[in-house]
Each structure stands twice: as C-alpha cells, then as structure tokens.
Design a protein around this ligand. Structure first.
Ligand SMILES: Cc1ncc(COP(=O)(O)O)c(C=O)c1O
Length: 342
C-alpha cells in the first residue's frame, strides 16, 4: 500500500499483485470476433451473478450507461432520471448529444430516491406534442446512498404498469448489496438492464458489465460499436474483472467500516458529516474546501476540494490510513477554526 492516502474516489485503486497475475496469465483472443475466452467467461459469470440472460463488457461505465440508454430508446424518446444521477449530470450530455434522447430530470430526495408520484406525473401521454417517455433510469448506490429494495420494487412496478423500460446504473451495486446483506440478483430483479462497474470499489483497472436480455445485449453491442467500438484482446481487462468478482465483493464491508470510522472521527472534530456505504460527505464552506485540500496534500492525504467534501473508502485505504487522514483533519481544524461546519 502506498504512503499516500487517496480519499478522492474508489476509482483510484491499483490492481493488486494477484489481479495483475490473473491479467498476465489470461487466455486471449479477438473479442470483436467473439473469440476472447476470458471476456466470454466474464460475461457468462456476470450474467449468472446478476441473474440476466446476457452481459457485455465495456471499457467504462459512461459508455455502458449510454449504450444502455440508446438500446432502450429511439431518437426523440425520453428517459426519466434523477437530477443528481451520473447519466444526467456527469456524462457530458451523451444521451442528448449521441442518443438524441430527451432527459426528463426529477430532483432526487435527500435519500437519493425519486418521488414516485413525480415520476408518474412526468410520464407523457401519447400525443404528438410530447416526446415518447420510454425509460426510467435509477442509480444505486447514488453518492453512496443505498436505495431500499422495497423502493426499487415500487419504482419498477410503476414503470411496468406505465409501459416503461427500466435501467439501473449500478456502478456501485455491490456496495448496495453488501450494505443490505443481499445478493445483487435479488437487488436488481425486475430491471431490464443494469450497468455495473468493475473499476470502482472492486478494484479492476477498467471495465463495466452491462446486463440484460439476449435481445437487449445484441442492441447494446451495436450501440457500443457506434460509441467507439469494442476492444480486441480485452481478456486482459476481463481477467481483472473476473478476479474482482470472485475476490473483492465481500471485502467491501471493510470499506464501509472504514468510511464509518472516518465519519465518527470527523464528528468528534465537530464537523457535520453524513456516512453512506463507502462514502462520507462533509459539510464545508467552498473557500475552506480548497484550502483544506492543499493542506491535506502536504500531509500525503488526497481529497477533492468540493462542498460538500466527498471522501471515499476503498481497498487501497486501510484503518491506519483513515487514522492518518483524521489526524491531518484535526490539525487543519485546530489551525483553522472556520473549517468547522457552520
Ligand atoms: C454512479 C456512476 N455511474 C457511472 C460512472 C461512470 O463510470 P466510468 O468512470 O467508468 O465511466 C460513474 C463514475 O464515477 C459513477 O459514479
């Protein structure tokens, strides 16, 4: 483990020695021809774990989400999604730019859910004045917040009653599953598609799997081509993904505990903190956040200067690293009383 404690994101992890060995030894072929045995194995294994007919490997979650949206929606169709969702906010408007899909954003409530009455009211009637509402897209976890299974059932039920398809951005779905002691197949039941990242808490250097029916995955394969194409000997990446799925899921509990340890320590420093799964949000004035990030960097602790400040636990940070971060926070706070929550 490096000396730097990097709390910016769970995407900063480096592949472990065992994961690198799996990558080095992976059997390879040309995945555009469907010839890469390791990619095929990953896709079969992912489909099995998630309880879907088929899966497709993508380089990134952004490409997987967009391919999913383009596979559900035609030009001029509409997707209902959260105003805080990654697909709406952080994917460069790809759904509009490349998919010609209209986003209908709904404010996320503090727990990350969309109010289902608002979702229902946003579904457009079949009228040439309106875009065709085709899809409901949810995200779980969303900024660490875990959407309860009962809520997901209600949301999927509403979508089905209204004839909408459903997509789940499950970039961190394994965090949601571990937090609730559930299996991902139960958590994702009813969704028409799920996108799940291997390169976040699970520690692979790249890769996202998209799950769906065989038909849906056929369409997604075409969308993936439109969005830049497939990779060739992608088994080097798939091997990391397979390793991650077999070895790095249950240990997400440790990240959740470390995030809890961090949250408790920050509360003792009188900071206003929220803790959800592997993430800790700290309320902080923006001008202090920038100063704090610079100070922390000088102590070998990396944080993104946001307000609120988002701190993320992952497999390259252990309890000792969390304690080092807390000590640096403490030193900063005592030298800068304005750093306390207002
Ligand atoms: C919820 C969520 N969805 C999708 C993505 C996109 O993943 P990628 O960075 O692999 O494109 C991210 C990235 O952080 C994310 O947090």
């Amino acid at each position: 483990m490096s000396d730097v404690v990097d709390l910016r994101s769970d995407t900063v992890t480096r592949p472990s020695a065992a994961m690198r060995k799996a990558m080095l030894e992976a059997e390879l072929g040309d995945d555009v021809f469907g010839d890469d045995p390791t990619v095929n194995r990953l896709q079969e294994r992912a489909a099995e774990i998630f309880g879907f007919e088929a899966a497709l490997l993508f380089p990134s979650g952004t490409q997987s989400n967009l391919a999913a949206l383009m596979s559900h929606c035609q030009r001029g169709d509409e997707v209902i999604l959260g105003a805080e969702s990654h697909s709406y906010r952080y994917e460069a408007g790809g759904l509009a730019v490349l998919g010609s899909i209209q986003p209908q954003a709904i404010a996320n409530r503090p727990d990350g859910t969309l109010e289902l009455g608002e979702v229902e009211a946003a579904i457009k009637p079949d009228d040439p004045h309106f875009a065709r509402t085709r899809l409901l897209a949810l995200e779980n976890t969303i900024t660490g917040r875990v959407l309860p299974r009962t809520y997901l059932e209600q949301a999927v039920g509403l979508a089905k009653r209204k004839g909408l398809s459903t997509h789940l951005d499950g970039a961190r779905i394994f965090n949601a599953a571990v937090a609730q002691d559930m299996k991902v197949n139960d958590l994702c039941a009813g969704f028409d598609s799920v996108s799940s990242c291997l390169s976040k808490g699970l520690g692979a250097p790249a890769g996202t799997v998209l799950l769906g029916s065989t038909d849906f995955i056929q369409r997604a394969r075409r969308a993936r081509k439109i969005l830049g194409g497939a990779m060739r000997q992608a088994g080097v990446i798939a091997a990391a993904g397979l390793y991650a799925l077999e070895n790095n899921v249950e240990r997400l509990r440790i990240d959740h505990e470390n995030a809890g340890r961090l949250a408790r320590g920050l509360r003792e420093l009188k900071l206003e903190v929220q803790h959800h799964s592997n993430m800790v949000m700290v309320r902080m004035p923006p001008e202090i956040a920038g100063e704090l990030a610079g100070y922390m960097r000088s102590k070998g602790i990396l944080v993104l200067p946001g307000a609120p400040l988002r701190l993320v636990a992952h497999l390259d940070v252990d309890a000792r690293g969390i304690d080092r971060a807390l000590a640096a926070f403490g030193a900063f706070i005592s030298s800068c009383p304005a750093g306390r929550s207002r």
